[in-house]
Design a protein around this ligand. Structure first.
Ligand code: NAD
Ligand code: UD1
Length: 321
């Protein structure tokens, strides 16, 4: 495969796994990241070129685009909760950033894979969310990610760009930040259980998510990147199974109880339901399978075990330091 791949947000959680997979396939990789939520430590040992800057800055994007013919566009402020506090910063990173990246891509004709979000669906009556449903964003985050999708569709139509919008559901795995107020629930629960503290449970815990292991998402992204579709295609990338947040807590407690010497899990602290929160989220992944041969191989249970073990290895390391 010739040409360089630009990974925006490559120093983040999902981005660093995308970079690792591309480097393992001996692809040339350039990362554009402003390090607002990511860290260069996530890229340690990977032969990537790093450009520090914002996707909303056309000059920084132009610098990173040199020699690039494919783009994985992941840069965003990816938190529903944060978007309630900082809607304009979220818009700038997610919507303006996406328009800026697409504007650079249309000048060179680079193929773009855009990280969309299942939050575009909002709450729906359908048991599983499929791409033909009408979008119903609830939070400012969902609106900004959907604005990025609309730019993708428009740029494909008017400039002939080839774009794939990949709607990720709840991605989890090693390197997901666990120590921020906006941390994803898997990371936050692992951290609390390993520290012997009580995790926070928002609402009744019966809200459900399609938790998807990061390697399964990366495999899907690479398939979309190397495919030859034209125009703008939109596909869900997820495992395809719903788990409630309460059930997630119970499963992680089982893993924690199996660790010798670890304090018994504390019951969760009840918090009010989060504003802008989707109640149930489950993906229909048949379109990604049919169009791109997407097939998750690690899955939820094995992914959860690997993730818990990774956070455990990190907490052992920090205790030794
Ligand atoms: P992350 O916060 O770990 O990664 C985002 C990266 O983008 C970080 O490295 C951050 O520093 C960088 N960034 C933020 N604003 C930027 C800007 N203006 N310019 C350049 N870089 C910027 O989050 P993640 O979970 O890896 O999410 C990656 C992408 O996947 C995001 O687009 C997110 O919306 C999408 N997504 C994530 C999930 C999930 O469950 N994690 C689900 C659906 C969609
Ligand atoms: C997540 C992603 C978002 C993505 C979306 C797609 C993160 C940080 N956000 O949002 O980028 O677009 O999936 O589906 O990964 N909760 C608790 N306790 C906690 C943390 C969360 O009970 O400590 C609850 C929340 O209220 C929510 C659920 O767990 O009901 C999931 O929350 P979170 O992990 O933040 O993910 P989403 O908001 O679904």
């Amino acid at each position: 495969m010739s040409g360089r791949v630009l990974v925006t947000g490559g120093a983040g959680f999902i981005g660093s796994h995308v970079c690792a997979a591309l480097c393992a396939a001996r692809r040339q990789v350039v990362v554009l990241d402003d390090l607002s939520t990511g860290a260069t430590a996530n890229l340690t040992g990977l032969p990537v070129e790093f450009v520090r800057g914002s996707v909303a800055d056309a000059a920084a994007v132009a610098t990173a685009m040199r020699g690039v013919d494919r783009i994985v566009h992941l840069a965003a402020l990816p938190s529903v909760a944060r978007s309630l506090e900082e809607p304009l910063a979220t818009h700038q990173a997610c919507a303006t950033g996406t328009a800026t990246v697409l504007d650079a891509a249309r000048r060179t004709g680079a193929r773009v894979v855009y990280a969309g979000s299942s939050s575009a669906y909002g709450d729906q009556d359908a048991p599983a969310k499929h791409e033909a449903l009408r979008e119903a964003p609830l939070s400012p985050y969902a609106a900004a990610k959907l604005a990025g999708e609309l730019y993708c569709r428009s740029f494909a139509r008017v400039y002939g760009l080839s774009v794939v919008v990949t709607r990720f559901f709840n991605v989890f795995g090693p390197r997901q930040p666990a120590d921020s107020p906006y941390s994803g629930v898997v990371a936050a629960f692992c951290r609390a259980l390993l520290a012997g503290t009580a995790p926070r449970l928002d609402g009744d815990g019966q809200q459900s998510r399609d938790f998807t292991y990061v390697e399964d998402v990366v495999q899907g992204v690479l398939r979309c990147l190397d495919a030859t579709t034209s125009g703008c295609e939109t596909v869900n990338l997820a495992y395809g199974q719903a788990t409630t947040v309460r059930d997630l807590y119970d499963r992680l407690c089982e893993l924690a109880r199996a660790v010798p010497g670890l304090e018994p899990p504390r019951p969760p602290l009840q918090a009010p339901p989060r504003k802008g929160d989707v109640r149930h989220s489950l993906a229909d992944v048949s379109r990604a399978k049919a169009l791109f041969g997407f097939a998750p191989t690690v899955g939820f249970a094995e992914g959860l075990r690997r993730t818990f073990d990774w956070y455990r290895s990190q907490s052992v390391r920090s205790q030794r330091a």
